[in-house]
Ligand binder design. Sequence first.
Ligand code: PEP
Ligand code: MG
Length: 316
Amino acid sequence: ARKAALAASTGPGATADGHKVPLLANVGGPADVPAAVEAGAEGVGLFRTEFLFLDDSKNAPSEQKQLEAYRQVLEAFPEGRVVVRVLDAGADKPLDFLTPSDEPNPALGVRGLRTLLDHPDVLRTQLTALAKAAEGLPVYLEVMAPMVADRTDAKAFADACREAGLRAKFGAMVEIPSAALRARSILQEVEFLSLGTNDLAQYTFAADRQVGAVSRLQDPWQPALLDLVALSADAAKAEGKSCGVCGEAASDPLLACVLTGLGVTSLSMGAASIPYVRATLAKYTLAQCERAAAAARAADSAEEARSAAQAVLSGE
Ligand code: PEP
Ligand code: MG
């Protein structure tokens, strides 16, 4: 029965009453594209470009090599959206030639956008490759920066995109609590937000995502994390802009309903999760998702939030 329900689950993501929530795929490069297409992804919500940088420990990949990889991904979704994240090096994704090796707390050091602002040549090459890759394609390209802390970061990124002649929407990932708290200010510089719930949980709870002993605090059902999601989604709504989720949270079907109820406008996840999320979302109305979200936020722990949302959605 479960198989049949999943097989029947095709087409765009939407709630039972037709509120659209585009379901996008997280990819690491062209090799992940066939699975995304097969799962019926409506585009790519997170292209983690750091995988292109892993082949050579001393240099960034050439503009031409990057261009080819970007073009292959863009061509796979001719009518869809493709959200490319510029290089997110450092902390859990160190790169020898870019990441300082002497930091006491690499997760709190020079990583993500901070690395790129210290190496403007690397950012420029990547943005130029993206601009060229998108030339002549009807695809709807969006480019976002990881680890944006404030409006100054967002402006520096948007300026770099404009200088590279990129004709795309520029966005900021919300992975640091300060970005969620001041989302409206960041949205003065960029056109969309994308919540990276893995890092947002890490920084909200001061719980290293690589340390299993603190995994309880990495649970995306934590009500404090849901509060920051709501702040970001509300800010985007007030500015008439979009706010997606591309962290692991989006791949939990029940949590996907709660995120929708919090006002998130798209969900991006590993391709394998898309059919499950699509099928679950289709069972509930937006109003039910909103009630589940309110119940989850009123809880005092991740476990309580999960059971409260479940109780609302199963009509208990
Ligand atoms: C995140 O932090 O939630 C995210 C999507 O980025 P990554 O997992 O690649 O750090
Ligand atoms: Mg991240």
